[in-house]
Ligand binder design. Structure first.
Ligand code: PA5
Length: 464
């Protein structure tokens, strides 16, 4: 497994001192980076945060594999009901390892498809029910809290649909992944006899892709989860190294911290040049936004900090976003995600057709063109004083993918330490969840309904 971080275009030598990091700035912040590593390590050793331990949980891996093996070939569709961290990881893994949606191989009992219900758009759920066969569907309901409104609602719809087709046998086609022994999903699973897997209490939703939340759907799709864990374990060892050259998560955190805090780059564009990494870009967007967008430091000082993550796809978005990136406000930092080797190079025929716009491509390949366009974009941005860097994966297999995801989780945790914010809570999300419960008349949330009614009154007074 090899992931390389090319940070050259973040340096002042390339993009100027106003926009790039100087070596002096890096050196003077090295103690802060080391401190970030030490304090996150301490928190991990005290078991406050658990994601770094997940790749080493062989007991969980064995149980998940056995469950998946027992169900294998009895379904052609895995219907994942979950949202946020309980859905994005599985989607990223599926997209990376089984091909970009919707261009996967035809689905069958030995090549099941993944359908994700991560929204309560009735047209999404309705369309899913129309195309799935309840007798050939395995439902994975994933919710750390066991109480998220969207997941609960979608699950009630899907459970009913399964029950109508299968009666009592429906319970055998449902697996629940949730916090062990707490929350209403765990209670329902126990009451109805679903297979269940735990998400450790010290692993938050967006850090849970390598827990049962991501592993159960992955294993049900036939993905080798042992290889996933192997790659993530190797990256974990690297991420505990104090040497910045060995620890690209720590180096990435420090450089992005300086670029953001010192050079004012408040937008972080994740720019995969791979459709298979498009799911991972959306997964990253949640990780970076929810973990680092915070009102207060851990000491309680108001900061309203956050770096807005944007997902852009190369080369597609060169024809959509790059005009803005090149000439608009210089408030962004770009991270290109490059695959050195694709599944297929996409060879272009050597035959010339006598037309200049086509003939220079003869004998080349889509892979070569893709990389030419990526390095051209990186060069143009750098020459225009726009800092950018590249994360390069030798190839996209289970080991590289999981290492890549683990790298970002560590980078995010280190960034939280550098900013002195709690990267593992999400108070801002909780408020909306509580208002929703109030509006949907969930007992215990009446005060949120009242607060919402006051807001509505204010709107009416304002003429709305
Ligand atoms: O990262 C998080 O904690 C959140 O984004 C959750 O994943 C999301 O809110 C879904 O929560 P749950 O898994 O409890 O349904």
């Amino acid at each position: 497994m090899r992931i390389h971080f090319d940070d050259t275009n973040l340096l002042s030598e390339m993009v100027g001192e106003a926009h790039g990091v100087t070596r002096r700035e890096i050196d003077s912040h090295l103690p802060q980076a080391k401190q970030a590593l030490a304090s996150f390590r301490k928190a991990f050793d005290e078991e406050r945060y658990g994601f770094p331990a997940l790749p080493f949980d062989s007991v969980m891996a064995k149980a998940v594999r056995e469950y998946a093996k027992s169900a294998w070939a009895s379904y052609d569709t895995v219907c994942l009901v979950g949202i946020g961290g309980s859905a994005l990881g599985a989607w990223a893994v599926d997209c990376a390892l089984r091909g970009p949606h919707p261009l996967q191989k035809p689905y069958s009992a030995t090549h099941p498809r993944l359908i994700v219900l991560d929204n309560v758009d009735p047209d999404l759920t309705g369309a899913a029910l129309e195309v799935m066969n309840p007798k050939r569907t395995l439902v994975a309901v994933v919710a750390k809290s066991g109480a998220t409104a969207e997941t609960a609602a979608n699950f009630l719809v899907v459970r009913d649909w399964m029950g109508r087709a299968l009666g009592r046998k429906a319970a055998r086609r449902i697996v629940a992944v949730t916090s062990p022994g707490q929350g209403d999903l765990a209670r329902l699973a126990e009451r109805e006899g679903y297979a269940t897997f735990p998400i450790p209490l010290n692993v938050g939703g967006r850090f849970s892709v390598l827990s049962a939340a991501g592993l159960v759907p992955a294993a049900l799709l036939g993905i080798n989860i042992l290889k996933l864990l192997k790659g993530a374990a190797a990256m974990t060892q690297q991420c505990w190294q104090p040497d910045l050259e060995a620890n690209i998560a720590l180096k990435g955190a420090l450089l992005h911290y300086l670029i953001w805090q010192r050079k004012g780059k408040t937008i972080h564009v994740a720019f995969p040049y791979s459709n298979r990494l498009w799911g991972a870009a959306f997964w990253f967007r949640q990780l970076w936004a929810e973990s680092l967008g915070k009102a207060k430091t851990r000491k309680g000082e108001a900061v309203h900090t956050g770096q807005t993550p944007v997902a852009a796809l190369g080369t597609t978005d060169q024809h959509s976003q790059v005009q803005l990136y090149m000439e608009g406000p210089n408030d962004k930092v770009f991270t290109f995600w490059r695959l050195r080797k694709h599944r297929t190079p996409g060879k272009i025929s050597k035959k010339r057709i006598g037309l200049e716009a086509f003939d220079y491509l003869a004998g080349s390949s889509l892979e070569t063109l893709l990389e030419a366009e990526r390095s051209a974009a990186a060069a143009s941005l750098a020459l225009n004083g726009r800092p950018n860097c590249t994360l390069e994966l030798d190839r996209l297999d289970e080991e590289h993918l999981a290492a890549f995801l683990q790298l970002f989780m560590f980078q995010t945790a280190f960034m939280g330490e550098l900013l002195d914010v709690n990267a593992f809570d999400q108070e801002g999300v909780e408020m909306g969840k509580r208002f929703t419960f109030g509006l949907m008349n969930r007992p215990g949330f009446e005060s949120y309904r009242q607060e919402f009614e006051q807001y509505e009154q204010k709107r009416r007074q304002a003429g709305g």
